[in-house]
Design a protein around this ligand. Sequence first.
Ligand code: AMP
Ligand code: MG
Length: 353
Amino acid sequence: MVMMNMQTNKPTLHPLRFCAVILLLAVLLSAGCAAPELSAEARSVTVFAMDTVMDLTVYGGDDDLLTEAENMIHFLETEFSVTDPESDLSRLNAAGDFSVGPDTKSLLASALALSDRTDGAFDCTIYPVLRAWGFTSGEYRVPAEDELAALLPLVNWRKVTVSGERVTVGEGQMLDFGAIAKGYTGDRLISLFREAGAASALVNLGGNVQLLGKKPDGSLWNVAVADPFGNGYAGVLKTADCAVITSGGYERYFEEDGKIYRHILDPKTGIPADNGLSSVTVVGERGIVCDALSTALYVMGAERAEAFWRGSDDFEIILLTEDGQIILSEGLEDSFAPSGEWRDAPITVIRDD
Ligand code: AMP
Ligand code: MG
């Protein structure tokens, strides 16, 4: 989806388009909820956290709801940040053995289950390798082969053990929640809004869109899927009450000696995944699941991603390939409309048979 956290020191791939895409998404989403009776009840706030711009809009609930939501975001950021030495996660990474708070415990339980479910295409123990590439600090470099070979054995979620609040990682292991923290946060925000009695809400965490209910006028929301190659969007999804989460190599990358290195790594090799996909959008009920799976399916490539979708029943997918094709799972056949440069792209619908 739309990215806000791109950190590249090579502006050659049109970094300004990111702002345009965000603006476009905002316009599209707000245009989608512009029925006159809505304006009186709509409350919105923009928050910068987790290295991204977050826009929250809620219809209903009391006056303090958005303040509560904002506080929740900042609290979760201080729990999950891998660069803040005071965060729950950093303290676990530094000590290797640490009693974590309830949110870290809950997120980690899902992260380990999703690492298992994807057979490590998503692996929450990727941090040592990610750090070697500089993707967490912005000090990008291409690690030497022997350096990667030495770090790879540390990437293995099976070595992490949890006993009550106590989390123990294997010798030298460190965790990274970059691929799921926003999905978890989105789930918490949607629950907060639902429990406060709001009927409709839209949470856009830097392009990770999560929706509560339909628009207040009873129609579906319009969610833009970013064009991984350009300024605009590749299409619009009409949907409600779900998470729409995209992973793409275009969100963060660097270039060295004419080669582009993207931020989603294949945990089996330690090098950026390069399997012919330019973005993966996962649509489903749970943000944390969609967030982990969008990253994992990007690593898998189209063929394995399709097989994985056939073996699952809790999400739908939109795959945009590097060579300009659209692959849709059948549940989205009637709700996704390609647009812009993708309007005439060949579409393959994958079915569960
Ligand atoms: P997303 O944008 O949700 O796909 O998350 C990408 C982020 O997840 C990266 O910036 C890294 O912090 C982290 N990451 C990269 N590759 C992986 C992987 N294979 N498994 C888990 N986390 C990853
Ligand atoms: Mg993700």
